[in-house]
Design a protein around this ligand. Structure first.
Ligand code: KG4
Ligand code: ZN
Length: 357
């Protein structure tokens, strides 16, 4: 029982992710090996509502997590005793789902007598590029673009994040999702908009580039979303042209804001993108070009590590174990899940930013 067949180095950390609509479990080693993982999406449950319904999400996590944990551990031939720590997303996110994952991790940590690691979901995204690219060193400029967040961060070390920009209204993934809904493409919208945009002309529809050239460092996508709605309602354009023009406007906003961040806080040796929107090929290509222009190394995790997953949570746990050293006892078992949990607590609160998971 519990014999670990692989012979790789470093501690073995179990990771649990349940902050939004993916239930995920992973085993990751300190050397960056993903030993095993499983992910169950709740897309089908939420699709009829065009977005994530918190109560449905919490119930689905509660039903799926324990069997997934058992399956991943069994198939990897890993027993509780083999683990060096148990990491779970403790925020930010939907409270019901967070509680399911965190409480499960606490129970396992207690049963195994191993440290509990309460991981910030955003830290998972922020450090995931180092799991994908073991040569990536601090500091790096991180564009974190997901369904709930749109931030530019200076990642200076494990636990050391300086927020350079955030959104004052919608996150970019949210704008993709809402554009998809307006175009009748269903949920989740990002991949559908990207696919449709391939057949459209990015110059066909005149859309705004909110905040472009602004002195403030932040993002805004609400105006772009409203303009998309007007374009849809006008009936003057094909859905493909609207999708392509929206994507083009969004990408130009990203590049403009990154240039602004580089002006104020640069130079950086590397540019890194993480979060669900990093799966978008047009976004990636534009970022790659920007990095080349500024002689920065460019890293984007593989698609499966960009969207929500548990390997990034286990990996954030590995990074923390490595930083804290042997004597580290982990987070307290009464650690409370945090629906809101900024990565950079010193950053001023920007209205509307980070309200969602
Ligand atoms: O990081 P993530 O899985 O979950 C959050 O923490 O939010 O990001 C999900 C978001 C959704 O808004 C989804 O539409 C967007 O990422 N997304 C994309 C693409 N794939 C996922 N947006 C644009 N293009 C894509 N290919
Ligand atoms: Zn995420």
């Amino acid at each position: 029982m519990g014999s670990v067949t692989h012979t790789l180095e470093g501690p073995l950390v179990l990771g649990i992710e349940s902050s939004c609509d993916e239930t995920a479990v992973a085993l990751v080693r300190g050397d960056g090996t993903i030993v095993a993982q499983a992910i169950a999406s709740q897309e089908a449950e939420h699709a009829p509502y065009g977005g994530v319904v918190p109560e449905i999400a919490a119930r689905a996590h509660a039903e799926r997590l324990a069997p997934m944990l058992e399956k991943v551990m069994t198939e990897a031939g890993v027993a509780l005793d083999d683990l060096d720590a148990i990491a779970a997303t403790a925020g930010p996110g939907l409270i019901g789902g967070l509680m399911v994952g965190l409480v499960s991790a606490k129970a396992l940590a207690m049963a195994a007598g191993k440290p509990l690691l309460a991981v910030n979901h955003l830290e998972g995204h922020a450090l995931s590029p180092r799991l994908a690219d073991r040569a990536l060193e601090f500091p790096y400029l991180l564009l974190l673009v997901s369904g709930g967040h749109c931030q530019i961060l200076s990642v200076e070390g494990v636990g050391q994040y300086r927020r350079l920009a955030t959104t004052i209204d919608d996150a970019l993934g949210e704008a993709f999702d809402k554009t998809a809904k307006m175009l009748g493409l269903g949920y989740p919208g990002g991949p559908a908009v990207e696919r449709l945009a391939l057949q459209g002309d990015p110059k066909a529809v005149t859309l705004p580039r909110p905040m472009k050239g602004a002195k403030e460092p932040h993002f805004s996508f609400a105006g772009l979303k409203s303009a998309v709605l007007r374009a849809v309602e006008s009936g003057a354009h094909t859905p493909a042209d609207i999708a392509a023009s929206f994507q083009q406007a969004a990408v130009e906003c990203l590049i403009d804001r990154l240039n602004r961040a580089l002006d104020s806080a640069g130079p950086f040796p590397a540019l890194v993108v993480a979060g669900g929107v990093a799966a978008n090929r047009t976004v990636r290509a534009a970022l790659e070009a920007l990095a080349a222009k500024h002689a920065m190394r460019f890293t984007a995790p593989p698609l499966a590590l960009c969207t929500d997953n548990a390997a990034m949570i286990a990996w954030a746990g590995c990074e923390r174990l490595a930083m804290e050293g042997e004597a580290f006892a982990g987070d307290p078992l009464d650690f409370v899940a945090r629906p809101r949990w900024p990565l950079d607590p010193a950053a001023e609160t920007v209205r509307g930013a980070g309200v969602k998971a």
